[in-house]
Ligand binder design. Structure first.
Ligand code: GRF
Length: 293
């Protein structure tokens, strides 16, 4: 029996600030396409193995008003322009940047945003020729931009996606509106546990240890207007050992953060993030495109 799938419109592939970023990569064979909708048909449910909940896929609106599927220029998919936000050492930023330099991520860090001009992440950016923007404006950082000026600045860099990597300030609603479903954050616990205001740095790991939880690990999630509440995209699990200090647990989690952020960056830049009907984003496997995680 033929099954018709349709996929919905909220997608990470349409930052308002960058019309070039409006793309959608069909996970299954596309049988028909109108200007605004991609309709996906499958007569073989094996196409969808790994997807127990076939009902979960719904009509997905094509984000591009053009007839192109995917942002292809001269037969080559355009690199995604990334802005990374940091407040500290920026080891996650470095991990993503190294994955880009190694050819594992089809993207480019076009700008680094920080609230601390002299933090390790900003220094690394300058050493690597990446422009640095200070945000927000504060007593300590009078050069910092306002929210509206930040949105305008990111637009000039044609930013497709924003990766928060240890950025400790709340993201203003102006930015969230300008980049719907296009801002990711990494948090060092298995959300929704041990997240929210006040849960940052070693405080997270101390709370995990004190709770008696036997497992922890990082979460990458989309960003909404509250701390750590946006849709979860990826997680990794690490054990919490009986004699762990917060520092030991943090180091174990951080090693997984670096791997996971590079892998998620690759998926995002290759347009392998798909939104399930219930609003949960999932990642299509590169090695096996019928598998999702
Ligand atoms: C990481 O643990 C991340 O999960 C959290 O902030 C820390 C940033 O570390 N959001 P680094 O600056 O990437 O080394």
């Amino acid at each position: 029996m033929e099954t018709l799938f349709s996929i919905s419109s909220n997608s990470i592939f349409s930052p308002l600030q960058n019309p070039k970023a409006s793309t959608f990569s069909a996970p299954f064979s596309s049988e028909s396409k109108t200007q605004n909708w991609v309709c996906l048909k499958s007569s073989n449910c094996n196409d969808l193995k790994g997807f127990k909940g076939l009902k979960m896929m719904s009509v997905v609106k094509c984000l591009s008003s053009s007839d192109e599927v995917g942002s292809v220029e001269n037969g080559v998919k355009r690199k995604k322009n990334l802005a990374v936000f940091v407040s500290g050492g920026g080891s996650n930023f470095r991990a993503v940047h190294k994955a880009i330099l190694g050819g594992d991520v089809n993207g480019e860090v076009v700008v680094l945003v920080t609230n601390k001009n002299d933090c390790g992440g900003a220094q690394y950016a300058r050493e690597n020729g990446i422009p640095v923007i200070i945000f927000p404006n504060s007593k300590g950082e009078p050069e910092g931009l306002s929210s509206n000026n930040l949105v305008a600045a990111l637009s000039t860099y044609e930013v497709d996606f924003i990766f928060l990597a240890g950025y400790l300030k709340l993201i203003p609603s102006e930015l969230i509106r300008a980049y719907p479903n296009s801002i990711l954050n990494i948090h060092p616990s298995l959300l929704p546990a041990f997240g929210g205001k006040g849960y940052y740095g070693t405080k997270v790991h101390k709370a995990v240890i004190a709770s008696g939880a036997r497992y922890s690990g990082p979460t990458i999630h989309f960003v909404d207007e509250n701390y750590d509440t946006g849709r979860i995209l990826a997680q990794r699990v690490v054990p919490v050992l009986a004699n762990d200090t917060a520092e030991e647990l943090a180091a174990r989690v951080l090693r997984q953060e670096h791997k996971m952020y590079a892998e998620v960056a690759a998926a995002v830049c290759e347009e392998r993030v798909i939104w399930r009907e219930d609003g949960v984003p999932i990642i299509r496997s590169k090695a096996n495109p019928s598998h999702y995680s």
